[in-house]
Design a protein around this ligand. Structure first.
Ligand code: ZN
Length: 382
């Protein structure tokens, strides 16, 4: 990027501690997914490549967390984490099936937020061109005064607040299957952060928001962009909308930093969502984001949702290779034994949707595009 386009200086920010806990025994978010990912990155030889450095995350301070969350809420999370009983916790979204309480939850979340902060600092200081913190991003539903959708403290909002404080303008691209509502709320009235979320429409999926009409408020009007898609949207159709909306808007905004949330719950095997992307469709998006990042010179990437173990391990390994401009072989190395029956990075694509459903999907998505063109594009001279 800024120094060497061919071999971007790439940081991988992670520690095994980030995979060594459970939210609850039946919870779909299983942090162990990051352990499988790390094993696959190691087996693929990525972590010993000269332009990839593995770095330990720091822990976010309470002051940093409170830059984006109500101190009363932060105190309740801390008390529960220490084993206290907080009768009013439901009011803060805690103690639900999505956000169960558990000992140590404050500490693991502060470490997760810290991993995103470490990645951001490495990039903004110019030490690396791109930094990937895969444990981050999954908190994109967390709100200022409540936990939501597996999220407790919103690492992306916290990290971008620090960047804005330092005078930087940030483009946030969220390709998770779910609307990045917490991040949108966190920067809704700001023209310093452009948030773009591409997701399965809230008409069918949690959190039920993320419609094109949510365009920001005050100074931030036009700086919240939503691209809601029909269920069962596949690679080509997903990319048709991505190409029209994302690169042109980011280029027109001219950010200092690109911040991407790379949820892989868009995958066709994902158990809790209904988009139908393949790992190669996901990786093509990472490549396109990399082209835009290359022009900007600073790229922070975090993980996000992803509930199919194989898809997470493969997609984020492919993403790290793409960031570092390294070609992976098609076959998964035989030394990878952490998961069974994972033989190739690319998927055999799912069956093509029947043509009458395809027309319905395109019709819905065309409507989304028309609305984005009407409500957002003029603001950016597009
Ligand atoms: Zn998600």
């Amino acid at each position: 990027m800024s120094t060497n386009c061919q071999q971007p200086k790439t940081a991988f920010v992670y520690t095994d501690e980030l995979s060594q806990y459970q939210l609850s025994p039946e919870h779909p978010l299983r942090p162990i997914r990051l352990h499988h990912m790390k094993e696959l990155m190691t087996a693929s030889g990525l972590l010993t490549r000269p332009n990839i450095s593995s770095l330990q995350p720091r822990i976010a301070t309470r002051q940093e967390i409170e830059s984006s969350h109500d101190p009363e809420y932060v105190s309740i999370v801390e008390a529960i984490s220490d084993g206290a009983i907080a009768p009013g916790m439901m009011e803060f979204g805690l103690g639900t099936s999505d956000n169960p309480v558990r000992p140590g939850m404050y500490d693991t979340t502060a470490l997760c937020v810290g991993s995103t902060l470490t990645a951001s600092e490495l990039v903004t200081s110019g030490k690396v061109d791109v930094a990937f913190a895969p444990a981050g991003g999954v908190h994109h539903h967390a709100m200022p005064r409540s936990a939501a959708g597996f999220g407790v403290f919103n690492d992306a909002v916290i990290a971008m607040n620090a960047m804005v404080e330092a005078g930087l303008r940030v483009a946030y691209i969220d390709i998770d299957c779910h609307h990045g509502d917490g991040v949108q709320v966190g920067h809704y009235d700001s023209d310093q952060v452009l948030t773009i979320s591409v997701h399965e429409s809230g008409q069918w999926l949690f959190p039920g928001s993320g419609f094109v009409q949510e365009i920001g408020s005050g100074d931030g009007t036009g700086y919240s962009v939503n691209v809601p898609l029909a269920p069962y949207t596949q690679d080509d159709e997903w990319h048709r909308l991505f190409d029209v909306v994302i690169p042109p808007l980011v280029r027109a905004f001219k950010p200092d930093v690109l911040f991407t949330q790379l949820g892989i719950d868009t995958h066709f095997h994902d158990p809790i969502t209904h988009l139908s992307l393949t790992t190669q469709g996901f990786n093509l998006a990472v490549k396109k984001l990399g082209e835009v990042a290359n022009e900007i010179g600073k790229w922070v990437a975090v993980g996000g949702g992803g509930y199919d173990m194989s898809a997470v391990a493969r997609a984020w390994t492919m993403a790290l290779a793409t960031m570092a401009n390294i070609e992976l072989p098609q076959s998964v190395p035989s030394s990878f034994t952490s998961l069974q029956n994972v033989t190739s990075f690319d998927d055999v694509p799912p069956q093509q949707t029947k043509s009458h459903y395809l027309r319905e999907i395109q019709k819905h998505n065309d409507q989304t595009l028309d609305q984005v063109r009407t409500l957002i594009f003029p603001k950016f001279g597009l």
